[in-house]
Structure formats: structure tokens, C-alpha cells
Design a protein around this ligand. Sequence first.
Ligand SMILES: [Zn+2]
Length: 269
Amino acid sequence: MPELPEMENYRRRLVEAVRNHVITDVEVNREKSVGVPVAEFVRRVNGRTVVDIVRRAKHLVFALDSGDALLLHLMLGGSMHYGTAVQRPLDTCQVIMSFGEQHLYFVGLRLGYLHLLTASELRAALAKLGLEPFDPALTPQLFTSLLTRRSTVLKVKLTDQHVIAGIGNRYSDEICFAARVLPLRKTGSLSGEELAALYRAMHTVLEQAIAAGGYMASPFSTTDTTTGGYNGRFFVYNRGGEACRVCGMPIVRTENAGRKVFYCEVCQH
Ligand SMILES: [Zn+2]
């Protein structure tokens, strides 16, 4: 599932492609994906201008000049592609937004969605999210107190969207590796030094992943050479049994609360 770096990468691509552009046509092939009747979606979206695209955690918000917003969550299997009619993806597109000759294709929106919301509905939808990892309000002191307030498995805490929003299964494991801390530790057992290392690792891992374009396999458009640049750069995630890039020992794959967990027994403590 795309996480903060992937969605931030998409946001940057979308700002270049469609910000301040008028939506000249809209096609909805799956009503559930948009959350309102198709006719209402078309009436409220067609002809509007996308005034901005902002990211909140793993969501993107397309702000329309009417004050309405489109709230996107790709969940598992969702992706976006931008191009001409000839470049339309072969997979089923649940929603297509057109900008003249260019089209924004939404693919794989089955668990994911592109909900049409009013400004107040949008506020309500995002109200329960925790702080962004890069929010200046999230100081090392607050980070420590959020993690240790109640002792829980570190990975569970890092991926709890009500605590810190935007980190998922994949980057939580990478952050723990970079901080040299085992993801299944209880947060109450972490030393001040380990908490400081986790705070730094959260920033560096996410920054590097954003800079490299995240891990999404397929490019946003034919001219996009950024997306997916972080693929192949993971240290532990999905590398069970493979050699640790630092010490050479096999990466451990296990499960916790139904989620995959990866770590190196030698490098992490
Ligand atoms: Zn190692």
C-alpha cells in the first residue's frame, strides 16, 4: 500500500500536471469509488478547476474552485496514470478525469476511493489523523511522549495513523532498521538514545524515499522518470531470507497482529 513517500511523489507529479487546470470531462465506472451518485459527481466536478493538490498522511486532496474536495486514498492496488487517450491503462479505470486532451486515470480503486466531499465533510474525514512526521510541532520530546505514553509494540505504534500519520507497514520496518531497533520491541523499553535514533530515522528514511520517487512500480506518465526510484533500495521490507545489506545475515520475516514484519537480528537490538 502506498505510504507517505509514494503519495508525496504523486502530489508533486499532479501539481506539475493538473494544478490550475479545468476538468473538462469526468467518467465514473464504479459509483462506490466516489461515494456519491455518479450524476451528482459529474455535476459537481465537471467544469471545475483543480486549484491545488495537497497531501495529508496517505491521502491526497484535490481542492476544487467550488470549495468541494476530492479525497483520494489508494489503499491496496490503487494507482494513477496521466496521459492521452492512446496511453489509457489496460486495467479497468474506476474514474477518469479529463483535462482537454490529457486524462488522469484512476486504476485499482476497489478498497481505495476518490470521495467527493464538501469542505466540512473533508475536515471531518481527516479529523482523527495524528501529526505528520514532518510537522514542526512533532518535536523529539512530543515524539517520545507519543511513543511511550502507553507501552505497545513499536511497529504497531509507528503505523497507528491516530498517533503519527503517513507511515505504514513498509516504512515502519525501514525506519526501525535505520534506527537499529527491533520493530517488535515494546515502546516502554526504549532508551532515550533509541527514541532519538527512531526520530532521526523517521525523517531520513522518508526524505530519502520521497527524493527517490517512492516505490510505485508504474510511472505516472510517459515523461515521468522519478516514480519508483526507491524500488530495490529497501533494507529489510519484503527481503525475508535475503542477505542483510549491512551484515550479510538473512533478514528475518515474521508476523505481528496479522502484518508482515522484517528485521535483521544482528543489526537491530
Ligand atoms: Zn544486518
